[in-house]
Design a protein around this ligand. Structure first.
Ligand code: HAS
Length: 568
């Protein structure tokens, strides 16, 4: 691989290098299983697989594994590993390795506990673990350990951050570090309510200490976590986009301020929006649904700003590469380039995100959401977000860091450059199918797939069949792209090192290096976030606590539902 100008490398402690590598490789290994179960979903829903058992797993069990591995384990491990790389690289200060290994151990033990609970068939509760679906206590304890482990990693970076600030008074903290801190501030805000949900509601219920659970309260606490969670996923991708994409395109970051504002804005607005997942939930008044819908529109603003800032940065790069004319410069970007292969992954993620973003705005509009809520429209939206920019940038950066840290050469570089394009083709076809089906009322999760596709069944829906087929074709293409990626990743991993490994990141210089003090400190944004959270959540939580909902006993989704019972 040739080196890009301004690529900087530093030698890091062998222990830290080893830990970052394991934190990158372990979730990619699990991802093989996660992607496999994604493929099984589309085949099952299309009616091509005529059994509810896949690899010995029931439908909801496989879906739980798919969601938990891809959306929770892979993302959290990557965010921590990438966080370590960014903090160590930019702040150039040693980190406490004992604390780092403690965080690592908790995350690994937590993952194994949750995996064992899912594989035992006792915890098919999906990645949202909504009650009245009840999991084995090991599932909740496992997820809690993963979260606590990631908190400890974040706390470990704080002394390095404050030490750097002390030594560099008056200087701006590097943009990438601000982005990683924003991600983990959002994560901390998000995980406190879900910790309360697990410790006070789900765990005692799962242990049998109480017979029923307060479902509306549990769901509200879950979405208090669930929406900031998506910005926790997005922020590391934005760090890559703002700090690496411009350089890969051949130019500079159009505006440093745009990046800082985006990160701070997401700290402010990521959390007071969770009720937009609950527009159809009884027991929450329309006032609070409106307040959360309003804040949701505000949380989309930095992504619009990002779209313009990144397009301008790419234009700058393309013009440096000789691009001319109003639109002619688009031809001068390194779309298929074995040296700047990261560009293709980042660019494809952005293209997918245009559609994921637009459909997010649709979901945020109450009247439109009631049409698509709980239909297959939703997985289409979230695959164009979490499986678009996030997945592509995370797998790309995992490969990039493995290559740099081990000093290996990428195997099959000619295949590697096509992965993001094949994935994009697949995801666009897949999502189109799911959008069409969802607009026609096709449910998002169902183990009744066979009956929907069987013309003999009273539940047969002729108008969903084309949509299901599109979903399966797209899903198969996505799996093909993932397979190629796995071949490249593991072949590279097992290859011989070509040189000594070092920590390297691509660093874009700013074109406009604005010095706006308002975006240089977390404190006012964090204070604003707490205030908005109190405004947005105190009244609806009080409302839910006052309401007299009966508690719910547990329900197991994979308990056999006789097909005949579905006859009208
Ligand atoms: Fe969402 C549901 C609203 C963003 C993930 N979302 C979900 C769920 C997930 C998810 C997982 O209001 C399902 C949860 C479940 O299981 O039930 N979402 C939004 C809004 C945004 C948004 C307003 N979502 C995300 C992101 C996610 C994510 C990001 C993952 C990381 N979402 C909702 C709502 C629901 C929902 C409702 C609940 C619905 C229901 O009924 O349950 C916004 O943040 C989106 C803003 C984004 C943009 C796009 C900017 C575009 C960019 C690309 C520029 C491209 C360039 C390339 C430069 C405005 C930055 C140019 C190239 C060319 C070729 C032109």
């Amino acid at each position: 691989m040739i080196e890009l100008p301004n690529e900087r490398k530093i030698d890091i402690e062998p222990g830290l290098k080893r830990m970052i590598l394991i934190e990158l490789i372990f979730p990619v290994v699990l991802l093989v299983l996660g992607i496999y179960h994604g493929m099984m979903q589309v085949l099952y829903r299309s009616g091509m697989i005529h059994t509810r058992k896949v690899l010995g797993l029931e439908y909801y069990q496989g879906l739980t594994l798919h969601g938990v591995i891809n959306a929770i384990v892979f993302t959290t491990f990557f965010a921590v590993a990438f966080g370590y790389a960014v903090i160590r690289f930019y702040l150039e200060r040693p980190l406490n390795m004992k604390v780092a290994w403690l965080s690592f151990a908790l995350m690994i033990v937590g993952t194994l506990l949750a995996a064992a609970a899912i594989l035992s068939g006792t915890s098919s509760v999906l990645y949202t673990f909504y009650p009245p679906l009840r999991a084995h206590p090991a599932f909740y304890v496992g997820l809690t350990l993963v979260v606590v482990g990631s908190w400890i990693a974040f706390f470990n970076w704080m002394p390095a951050y404050s030490g750097w600030k002390r030594e560099h008074r008056g200087e701006k903290v590097p943009l990438a570090v601000v982005g990683i801190f924003a991600a983990f501030v959002v994560w901390l805000i998000a995980t406190i309510p879900v910790a309360i949900e697990i410790i006070f509601l789900l765990l005692p219920w799962s242990l049998g200490w109480v017979a029923t659970v307060n479902v509306p309260l549990a769901r509200m606490l879950f979405w208090f976590f669930g929406h900031p969670l998506v910005y926790f996923w997005l922020l590391p991708s934005y760090v890559m986009y703002y700090t690496m994409l411009p350089k890969l395109a051949g130019g500079k970051l159009f505006s440093d301020f745009a990046g800082r504002l985006t990160f701070m804005w997401l700290v402010l607005y990521s959390a007071p929006v969770g009720i937009h997942h609950q527009f159809t939930e009884p027991g929450i008044s329309s006032t609070w649904k409106f307040v959360h819908a309003f804040f949701t529109m505000l949380v989309a603003v930095p992504s619009f700003a990002t779209a313009f800032a990144l397009a301008a940065s790419m234009e700058h790069g393309a013009r440096q590469n000789g691009g001319r004319g109003l639109l002619g410069w688009w031809k001068k970007l390194p779309y298929i380039d074995k040296e700047r292969w990261l560009f293709g992954y980042f660019f494809c993620g952005l293209v997918i995100f245009i559609f994921g973003g637009v459909t997010g705005i649709i979901n945020a509009s109450y009247n439109l959401d009631v049409v698509v809520h709980n239909t297959s429209w939703l997985p289409a939206h979230f695959h164009q977000t979490v499986a678009g920019p996030i997945f592509l940038s995370y797998i790309a950066m995992s490969l990039f860091l493995v290559v740099k840290l081990t000093g290996k050469e990428i195997k099959f570089p000619g295949w590697n450059v096509w992965v993001p394009y094949i994935w994009t083709l697949g995801i666009m076809i897949f999502s189109t199918g799911l959008f069409i089906g969802g607009a026609g009322g096709e449910p998002r999760r169902t183990n009744m797939g066979l009956t929907y596709t069987n013309p003999e069944s009273p539940l047969y829906h002729a108008d969903w069949q084309a949509a299901k087929m599109l979903g399966s074709i797209g899903g198969t293409i996505m799996t093909l792209a993932a397979l190629i990626f796995f071949v490249v990743f593991f072949a590279t991993l097992f290859a011989r090192s070509a040189r000594a490994g070092a920590l390297e990141l691509i660093v874009s210089e700013p074109f406009h290096d604005e010095n706006v003090r308002a975006v240089q400190s977390f404190t006012p944004w964090l204070a604003g976030a707490v205030l908005l959270l109190v405004i947005a959540y105190a009244p609806p939580i009080a409302q839910t606590l006052r309401s007299n909902f009966p508690g719910a006993p547990p329900y197991t989704p994979d308990s056999p539902l006789p097909i005949s019972a579905a006859k009208p």
